[in-house]
Design a protein around this ligand. Structure first.
Ligand code: ZN
Length: 607
């Protein structure tokens, strides 16, 4: 690269980051220090938890082995301020929005994205949940404008995210990069990068990108700190199509994370950015009860990415599995590389300190130090953010506090040995009730992962132990705004759906996921039988199901689209769309009060 083109890149980077003074430009004249410090503060899987999360979602094991209360936007802000210095860049690893509490979800998560902007966040990878409301809605969140159906929020026209969302492995389907390569970089940094690249590098860049595809999001974001450019590469789990509703991402393809990271890394290298950080929304599981600074991660999808991406990449900050860990892994050249994650729901901030060589512009790996800080609530909550959260709390209160029904006892999402939970069964009953008229549904099936919380007899703001369920509580259980649908399946196809609950089949189910059945549908499964022969004795209202009969099956649009590896649902015909799942649930909670927890006796298990 010529020094001329590098200078142009520097200028472009300065424009892109909007926070660089002349003294931060590559300065050959003055004597720069040999290394400059850079601090990253990272969050992942915030999921709109503006208010302190409750229950186990609001607790965290700290460095001393103590379980402490953690999380809440105002506490996150206090901790962030305390940890920030003049060398700090705040970043995030996705699922900041989606599957959020009502305070955020009622306004399409604009309050959460605004909060993260106030926090000083600069770059975030997209997570799978950023696609919950579809690609077009994600673009609106990024760029601004009012919601096409619900209009503007009470705060007025949405101004767009104050930080860059990046996702290098999110491409358009069927749109190949035939045009000049820089134009294929996605829109946010494309103009600056194109300008910076000039003549000679364009060919190299085109070569690097050839055959890769057209990015649907900016793949990278470059931020300058103390005169050196830091390149951030965004990645989201390639399993995204299996875990979000298909309609909203129908134009997108999610390619292998390592392959995309390596193209993005090459791209950064071509423009002289050698300090490279991956922000990846994929991660590993850990041993429970360990310190957030321990490396107890069990090598999985996160470790694969962290060890296999290009050796030029120095740091891999991860997410998605909601675990806290700080690990050192080996890159393909055998050098140490940082691999970490910071829990979820704003309970942990990951601090990464490093030194960047001012001449080579690369991170000195030996200088890397990472520390997971628990966002405790023993500090003073940030006053500005407290007021901000209270404002949204007041706005949503009339909706959230509305009593919608009563229950006789806790109705939990804890699975019985059969895999059914009382709340899962109740939701399936609600879904059947909401789809019989219009959709002619005969049975309903609900994915267990979509039952996001339990209903507590005691936690209603209307009074302790009164069994009142509010809209806010119901929403916490069913936060996705999925559409109820009904499809026609044959008896044989229905059996295949149920076989697909178990690992070992061609659908590649990761682990056993028992669909929650409506009360009128019973069957037996064998734990020891081979895949394909596990399910027997299916009955609807006590009548045996034959292979050839047709059945109208109600499920949410996530399942009907083949979500959670239930691919046989895609063979369904005569799709009917009905109400939102939350509306079906709220309707049902208002009937036959008080509601007792349903029994978990719809599925029989044999050895
Ligand atoms: Zn995720």
């Amino acid at each position: 690269m010529t020094s001329r083109s590098f200078l142009r890149l520097a200028l472009a980077g300065a424009v892109a980051s909007g926070a660089v003074t002349l003294s931060a430009l590559p300065a050959d004249a003055s004597k720069p220090p040999r290394t400059v410090p850079v601090r990253l503060l990272a969050l992942n899987d915030f999921h709109g938890n503006l208010e302190p999360p409750t229950g186990s979602s609001g607790r965290m094991v700290d460095e001393h082995g103590n379980t402490v209360d953690a999380g809440g936007a105002a506490y996150v802000a206090t901790h962030m301020k305390a940890l920030s210095d003049r060398n700090t860049i705040a970043v995030a690893q996705g699922d900041l929005i989606g599957a959020t509490p009502l305070i955020s979800a009622a306004y399409h998560d604009e309050p959460s994205v605004e909060f993260l902007g106030k926090l000083g966040l600069k770059v975030a990878a997209v997570g799978n949940h950023e696609f919950d409301e579809g690609y077009a809605e994600l673009r609106r969140i990024m760029k601004g404008g009012c919601h096409p159906v619900d209009g503007c929020s009470p705060a007025g026209e949405w101004k767009g995210a104050a930080f860059d969302y990046v996702g290098a492995n999110v491409l358009f389907k069927n749109r190949h990069a035939k045009t000049d390569a820089p134009a294929a970089l996605g829109d946010s940094n494309a103009a600056e990068l194109k300008q910076a690249l000039g003549g000679s590098n364009a060919a190299e860049l085109k070569q690097a990108l050839s055959g890769f595809g057209v990015p649907a999001l900016p793949p990278v974001s470059v931020k300058w700190m103390n005169g050196v450019p830091i390149g951030f590469i965004g990645l989201v789990t390639k399993t995204t199509p299996g875990i979000v509703s298909s309609e909203g991402i129908k134009d997108l393809t999610f390619v292998d994370e390592v392959k995309a990271a390596n193209v993005a890394s090459k791209l950064l290298r071509l423009v002289g950015v050698k300090a490279q950080v991956v922000l990846v929304h994929e991660g590993d599981q850990v041993e429970q009860g360990r310190s957030p600074d321990a490396c107890s991660a069990v090598p999985g999808a996160g470790n694969r990415i962290a060890t296999q991406v290009d050796p030029e990449i120095d740091v891999v900050l991860s997410g998605h599995s909601h675990q806290a860990y700080v690990c050192t892994v080996k890159d393909p050249r055998g050098r140490d590389r940082l691999f970490s994650q910071g829990g979820s729901f704003g309970r942990v901030i990951t601090q990464v300190d490093m030194k960047v060589d001012a001449r080579t512009r690369d991170i000195d790996r030996a200088s890397l130090v990472a520390d997971n800080h628990v966002v405790t609530r023993t500090v003073t909550p940030d006053p500005e953010i407290s007021t901000f959260v209270q404002t949204w709390k007041d706005r949503v209160a009339p909706v959230a506090n509305k009593a919608i029904g009563t229950i006789t006892a806790d109705i939990t999402n804890t699975a019985a040995p059969s895999g059914e939970s009382p709340l899962g069964n109740l939701i399936a009953d609600a879904q059947l009730a909401a789809t019989q008229t219009g959709g002619d549904a005969q049975i309903a099936l609900m994915n267990p992962g979509g039952v996001r919380a339990s209903l507590s007899h005691a936690s209603s703001p209307a009074g302790e132990g009164d069994g009142v369920v509010t809209y806010g509580e119901a929403f916490t259980v069913q936060p996705f705004n999925n559409l109820m649908q009904v499809v026609t399946l044959t008896g044989a196809q229905l059996k295949t759906v149920l076989e697909q609950q178990f690992p070992g089949g061609p659908n590649n189910q990761a682990f056993t996921k028992i669909l929650q059945p409506s009360a009128n549908f019973t069957y037996t499964y064998s734990t020891s039988a081979a895949w394909g022969s596990k399910v027997s004795d299916m009955k609807i209202d006590g009548t045996p199901v034959t292979d050839t009969q047709t059945i109208r099956v109600a499920a949410n649009n996530f399942l009907v689209g083949g979500g959670d590896a239930f691919l046989a649902f895609q063979e369904g015909t005569d799709v009917w769309s009905g109400p939102l799942d939350i509306d079906a649930f709220v309707d049902h909670l208002g009937k036959d009060n008080p509601i007792a927890p349903p029994a978990t006796d719809r599925i029989t298990v044999t050895g």
